[in-house]
Design a protein around this ligand. Structure first.
Ligand SMILES: CN1CCN(c2ccc(C(=O)Nc3n[nH]c4c3C=[N+](C(=O)[C@H](O)c3ccccc3)C4)cc2)CC1
Length: 315
């Protein structure tokens, strides 16, 4: 079975807490994960307990390939090693028989991209969010990324779709919650799924999609695109542009335009993340310092949110 190294130590499945299946109750489907359904559930921590802890349960369909089994276990191993408030917490696994479960912290607010799209100002309702709310979301993700950077872990798929919120209401915390692409790199290459179709091209820097070079500066570039996603309230980057056109645009120096009303201080962070030379891109500690600067700038905070006009809903 797979083993894996994190922060200089090697881990195998025996290091993960085993959750007895009979202490778990799946209550409702939350959405379709990369493998199978993700459910909300209740977990009785100690048999005698009256209270049950709400959890999220990722399931692996019974009819899965050996590779999918491996991927699933690897994802659990990866998540099991992290311990940070902005990274979804692994509670344990049920791997004794099918269907296999990964039991995770429940985040009830759904994913960041959906949240942003739902929060766009409508004429009947000025936006429920202000600039501070958006910047706080960006700070949360940057803190999670800084932890990964400190542990020399490359995520490879930082994007709003892969982040979850504890709640939609103020006081919400954003967490990095999907490690599917990071898992890829632990798969043996010849199983790598197909060609470019599987790669999040619009979130990748040139050295990644041209030469397959992934470093922590890859995640910095992707984080810059996540900043753009947040400030545009959940639009698809390079709206309407096909992946191959994005690749040639970016290689020739083209970049995303600032979203409407995006404060210049915030756009400056994005463009610094998109420097053509990876070493010239900031690290996440620097990004957090710059975000703190934005949060202390009255002009930035006072910027009203305005949706992009003229784009269809699908963008
Ligand atoms: C009106 N709205 C409708 C949507 N709704 C939701 C929609 C989805 C969720 C949800 O999936 N929550 C999760 N908590 N923990 C994990 C989750 C997913 N996980 C996974 O690992 C998933 O693979 C994953 C990872 C990243 C992003 C999405 C899915 C771990 C919660 C509320 C709130 C109310």
């Amino acid at each position: 079975n797979p083993n894996y190294e994190f922060a200089g130590e090697r881990y195998t499945l025996k290091d993960l807490r085993d959750v007895p299946r009979e202490h778990l109750r799946l209550t409702r489907a939350l959405g379709q994960g990369a493998f199978g359904e993700v459910y909300e559930g209740l977990y009785k921590m100690r048999p005698g307990d009256a209270v049950e802890m709400p959890v999220a349960v990722k399931t692996l369909p019974e009819l899965s390939t050996l590779q999918a089994e491996n991927d699933f276990m690897l994802e659990a191993l990866i998540m099991g090693k992290f311990n940070h408030p902005n990274i979804v917490h692994l509670i344990g696994v049920c791997f004794d028989k099918h269907p296999r479960y990964i039991v995770l912290e429940l985040l009830s607010g759904g994913d960041l991209k959906t949240f942003l799209r739902e929060s766009r100002p409508r004429n009947d309702r000025p936006s429920a969010l202000n600039m501070k709310d958006l910047l706080m979301c960006c700070v949360d993700v940057a803190k999670g990324c800084k932890y990964l950077e400190e542990n020399r872990f490359i995520h490879r798929d930082i994007a709003a779709r892969n982040c979850l919120l504890t709640a939609k209401t103020p006081g919400r915390i954003v967490k990095i919650a999907d490690f599917g692409m990071a898992r890829e790199v632990y798969m043996s290459d010849y199983y790598r799924k197909g060609g470019k179709a599987m790669l999040p091209i619009k979130w990748m820097p040139p050295e990644a999609f041209l030469d397959g070079i992934f470093t922590t500066k890859t995640d910095v570039w992707s984080y810059g695109v996540l900043l753009w996603e947040v400030m545009s309230l959940g639009y698809m980057p390079y709206t309407g542009c096909a992946n191959r056109n994005v690749m040639s645009l970016v290689v020739s120096g083209g970049r995303l335009e600032p979203p409407p009303n995006c404060p210049s201080l915030v756009y400056a962070i994005m463009t610094s993340c998109w420097h053509p030379e990876p070493p010239q891109r900031p690290d996440f500690a620097t990004i957090l310092e710059k975000l703190a600067g934005c949060l202390q700038d009255p002009e930035t905070l006072a910027t009203p949110l305005k949706p992009m006009i003229g784009l269809t809903e699908s963008d």
